[in-house]
Design a protein around this ligand. Structure first.
Ligand code: SF4
Ligand code: SF4
Length: 56
């Protein structure tokens, strides 16, 4: 299990700044989470204005 960023992402970058293990990076049309590094803390979901990161 890991958080995954859905299509609602508007690429604001807030989640990447908040992630304690820095596993979020900008992708082509939305931000991406490295699922091997995500520790499921939920910080990205909490800070996201559109709740795009969800548990997969
Ligand atoms: Fe990073 Fe936590 Fe979001 Fe996983 S749940 S991507 S560790 S902020
Ligand atoms: Fe996308 Fe939400 Fe992250 Fe902003 S905080 S880049 S909208 S997932």
């Amino acid at each position: 299990m890991a958080y995954k960023i859905g299509d609602a992402c508007i690429s604001c970058g807030a989640c990447a700044d908040e992630c304690p293990v820095s596993c979020i990076s900008a992708g082509d049309d939305k931000y991406m989470i490295n699922e091997d590094e995500c520790i499921e803390c939920g910080a990205c979901n909490s800070v996201c204005p559109v709740e795009a990161p969800q548990l997969d």
